[in-house]
Design a protein. Structure first.
Length: 479
């Protein structure tokens, strides 16, 4: 045989095998992207596929720049087709944009095969290869040329193939690949995860597994503070509610337990929905939409639950205004829940609208406050109705809401508040502290009202009620 022909054949075989490896890399990245965004690879017509296995794991990288990393491992067993020809593929930036360096881990399949080191052919043997890519800001992934430089990302795809036979002599091939997506920059996230452009680093990638989402609670990323501030608050109020509700009736009467239960339920649901939403906010678009609505619903329930005890004890001896204002707050809260169920309400550009809706709902407490002030006086408002504690609660809520709406302080220090002291964390802290302040205030009100007796109506109260009746009569005649 001519030496040139041998060399030419060897070169052709080498090119074929290189093209095959590039095709495998391309397919691996496509499947990894599908798994990370949709929870599973898209169905493909593979008549030779016998078994498959896919795992997604959250690992701690242990380095400051990459607090956690997500490892996607996939293995397939197929019967080997008779042709060795495979289409060549090229790695595109869109297929691999969000995948970074891998870590070696073992994967297992439920069925056992006897894999040998070589296929019964001179052209194919078992192969294992690492292919390196790199990119700079704004560029797509490209093969690593070995030249050192500052890059925004490095990608290493590990591919492994083994050939084997069953007892009947049928040939099988087991292929496995592994890719790791490390927590990195805002620009590398899918659009539905890009909520705050001032948080530059440390974001979680999509995690289409509830187990892995909750496992990420123990890792460091942009949502860690948001999760733990309300998780701790939720547990604290759950313990406080348990203690309060289990007190003997001689210490706390049943009607007081019922009234306080509105507040406890609102606080626990709000904080619980909040930490759950922040935990699963990287799961998928559909899951984010559902839990985002539940999060906003929890805020409305907390506002309603906070108003009920204050109105109940503030108008303890006056039935009509008590029922009227509780009904008013409930209707406003129901309206806020309906607005929060609007799909566009959760979009980032409607952040000021969200803040405005809940701020307006909170400010609805001005009406019963003015009523109390007219009928009982400012002094009584502070002495008997613990109004100073309510003012502190309102100040905390308003301050936290303004930080949230304006994205302060991260808008002035982009990239410096990615993990700690971002506006959403500060807002969460304000909410938890304000809720405990409110609990203390309504407890003071309850103690005063229970120990005191209901006084006779003063002239100011009678005059106010006469004015209200006159307004009702005028409205009725006009209609």
């Amino acid at each position: 045989m001519n030496t040139k022909d041998v060399d030419r054949g060897t070169l052709s075989c080498s090119k074929t095998r290189t093209g095959s490896l590039l095709f495998d890399v391309n397919e691996a990245l496509k499947e990894a992207r599908e798994i990370m965004t949709d929870g599973k690879p898209r169905e493909r017509h593979l008549e030779h596929l016998l078994e498959e296995s896919t795992t997604v794991q959250v690992l701690k990288a242990g380095r400051h720049g990459d607090p956690i990393e997500i490892v996607v491992t996939r293995s397939t067993v197929t019967s080997q087709p008779n042709t060795d020809d495979e289409d060549d593929g090229a790695l595109s930036g869109s297929d691999s944009e969000s995948l970074l360096q891998p870590r070696t881990k073992s994967s297992s399949l439920s069925r056992s095969y006897t894999f040998s080191g070589e296929r019964n052919s001179d052209d194919f043997i078992s192969h294992r290869t690492n292919i390196h890519y790199r990119r700079k800001r704004g560029d797509s992934w490209r093969l690593d040329d070995g030249v050192k430089g500052e890059d925004d990302g490095h990608l290493e795809v590990e591919l492994k193939a083994e050939y084997g036979q069953d007892d009947d002599g049928e040939l099988f091939v087991k292929k496995s690949w592994e890719a790791t997506w490390r927590v990195q920059k805002f620009e590398y996230l899918p659009e539905w995860l890009q909520d705050n452009e001032y948080l530059r680093h440390g974001h979680r990638p999509p995690l289409p597994s509830f187990a892995q989402c909750f496992r990420s609670i123990l890792s460091i990323h942009t949502e860690t503070g948001n999760i733990w501030t309300h998780l701790v608050g939720c547990l604290a109020f759950a313990l406080l509610a348990t203690w309060f509700m289990t007190r003997p009736d001689t210490d706390i009467r049943i009607q007081e337990k019922v009234v306080f239960s509105f507040f406890f339920a609102g606080a626990i649901i709000c904080l619980g929905m909040s930490f759950t939403f922040h935990t699963v906010s990287c799961h998928s678009v559909a899951v984010v939409r559902i839990f985002c609505k539940l999060d906003y619903m929890g805020i409305s329930l907390l506002i309603i639950g906070s108003f009920v005890p204050w109105i109940y004890y503030g108008f303890y001896c006056r039935r009509e205004p008590k029922i009227t204002y509780i009904a008013m707050v409930s209707v406003l809260g129901l309206g806020a829940v309906i607005v929060s169920l609007w799909d566009k309400f959760s979009e980032s550009r409607y952040r000021p609208l969200r803040a405005g809706v809940f701020l307006a709902m909170g400010c609805s407490g001005v009406v019963p406050t003015v009523h109390f002030m007219i009928t009982d006086g400012v002094r009584t408002l502070f002495q008997d109705a613990a109004f100073h504690w309510l003012l502190l609660m309102a100040a905390l809520y308003i301050f936290g809401t303004l930080l949230y709406a304006t994205r302060t302080p991260e808008r002035f220090f982009p990239g410096k508040c990615d993990i700690l002291f971002q506006s959403h964390q500060l807002f969460h802290i304000c909410v938890v502290v304000a809720a405990f302040v409110h609990y203390y205030g309504i407890s003071e009100m309850a103690m005063h009202r229970i120990r005191a007796s209901c006084p006779m109506e003063s002239d100011a109260v009678r005059a106010f009620h006469h004015l209200v009746e006159g307004v009702k009569k005028a409205v009725h005649e006009a209609l």
